[in-house]
Design a protein around this ligand. Sequence first.
Ligand SMILES: *Cc1c(COP(=O)(O)O)cnc(C)c1O
Length: 432
Amino acid sequence: MRADSQPTLAADKAHVWHPFTAHDAWCAENHQPLVITAGEGAWLIDSAGNRYLDGNASIWTNLHGHRHPVIDAAIRDQLERVAHVSFLGATHPLAARLAARLTGFFPPATLERVFFSDDGSTAIECALKMAVQFRLQTGAPQRRGFIAFDHAYHGDTAGAASLGGAPFLARFRDSGFPVTRVADMDALAALPAEMLASAAAVVIEPLIQGVNEMRPWPGGMLAALRAWCDDRGLHLILDEVMTGFGRTGSMFACQQEAVIPDFLCLAKGLTGGYLPLAATLTTAAVFDAFRGSPERAFHYGHSYTANPLGCAAALASLDIFQQENVLAGLPAKIEAMAALLAGLAAASPAVYQVRQCGLIASIELRQPAATRFPAAHLTGARVCQAARAHGLLTRPIRDTVVLLPPLCVTPAELAHAVNALGCAIAEVLPSD
Ligand SMILES: *Cc1c(COP(=O)(O)O)cnc(C)c1O
């Protein structure tokens, strides 16, 4: 069946180190990882020609589908000019245009500066360093800590990882920034004044935490947090790496509560899911603290900052939002998804809870008495593995199956995905 994938698998198992992967299991003789060789719209195709709905949008990145003609053409067009050029001491047309387009989503004189980097982690890393250096240069050097939320995930680089509450980040937590973690707004309000006096900013994933098994925040919390930060002179850093670009139903999650942060971090969907590119947006008030003498500048940047191919993909993705009226089409898809998942929950006793925010959904599986399955059962992973045979590709977070399809998904494709999941749950967890 998969004869042509054997050289790939042999070289992979001999030489590749995969992210977030236990390699005894990966390298085991009988483990046959999928070899994805093509994509088309919301679908991925493996080396044996099997088709899978891309149920987690290729790890929360893809918006308009794979091989979208508009993005493909934009990248090819830029490739005819130049693939990469340093952003140090020079600029290029697409980065300037993209910065203007991104700031244009917000009212004038709010988020008006864009710093480019590569990934979600670096978008956050930039915001953290900017927030600390801002305090150093505005007479508040003692403000060098951050307040983050329990179970948050803001990326893997040292600074970003120090904010995170995921257990796998704990071993590196001491190598980052001083961070105070709180559960919710009540815990935030209870923090002692000395603690607040040493903090530069509060960091949050707005509307919904991703890696924390897709848990939505209570409605109104974001607006309350903005007001709380304003009252205490703390900056608000929003991590929209997952929620940005239509995922929650609006272009940005913060717009749903009319909140404008001091720093907005964007990555995953920025290029429509094509290329690594990230952006940290901030205000003139922050930017101005970095003007003046040269040592006040922000000495930070990566080799591929503002890569022209990435900028071409990002601009094309924003064009597609307009040409295809993407946001206007979302409510019908979000409702269809909710109805399908309600049906799944009703039909499958193992579905403990369905959580949804826009086109981000999670299906948490538990034992009959609502207790969690033992972690060693790998229930979520087995369900996702079984779903492949029914044409759905996604990943769990522990025993929570994530359904986060490209925005271009159709109601029929959503029905296919939820049906595949229902079949997989019934196979792995028969109810009688
Ligand atoms: C994925 C993610 C990150 C990290 O982005 P990378 O591109 O993986 O570095 C940060 N924050 C959130 C909310 C994410 O979902």
